[in-house]
Design a protein around this ligand. Sequence first.
Ligand code: 13P
Length: 251
Amino acid sequence: MRRKIVAGNWKMNKNLQEGIALAKELNEMLAIDKPNCGVVICTPFIHLASVTPVVDNAIIGVGAENCADKVSGAYTGEVSAEMVASTGAQYVILGHSERRAYYHETVEILAEKVKLALANGLRPIFCIGEVLEEREAGKQNEVVEAQLASVFNLSAEDFGKIILAYEPVWAIGTGKTATPEQAQEIHAHIRSLIAGKYGKEVADNTSILYGGSCKPSNAKELFAKPDVDGGLIGGAALKAADFKGIIDAFK
Ligand code: 13P
């Protein structure tokens, strides 16, 4: 059966020293009070090599927030999937709405990134989700279906390594969370799309996380829904106590 997962996305926050301190603090908390779910922290690239050795890998996985769509070479400023994996990181967030909106990442570019991540042994946390106008026009189902094209070209075996995160853009950093019912409805739809493509067993085994203003006070209600398998957490992942509060929703 699919894993329950709480993943943090630090985004462009924390300098190196602050990041190491946050990872250590979380590691200490979870060593004392073991989580009932998988825990992942996704950090800026420069933190990865320093954060992986300070966390107990049996409890906390580490991931990047992006990787390049090219293997290697003259791509100034880019960081390859192989480089990410060489730090000891095991995950990479791909397709985050901020990458799609601000850095023009398309379905095709993201398909390349997913392929390279998998080729280097990284598990993509692949994000999908509609903007407010699309939700208001009732188009959320078709939007997520179109975004899934980046991962629906994979073999069933490779698709089995993908973690999905549904993040309605209108709920990210806005304090406006999707209701548990809204989350359940679209998560169930996403799972039905997976079942249509790869069959029921693969669909049942896919973890689909919810992201968007998730906090300790609303996590339990969201995660109680049958198709919500955990969360991808932004702001509340920047404080160990808040992130732990969300992890504890599975207790
Ligand atoms: P917030 O939790 O800050 O709304 O961010 C969600 C997110 O974008 C996680 O990837």
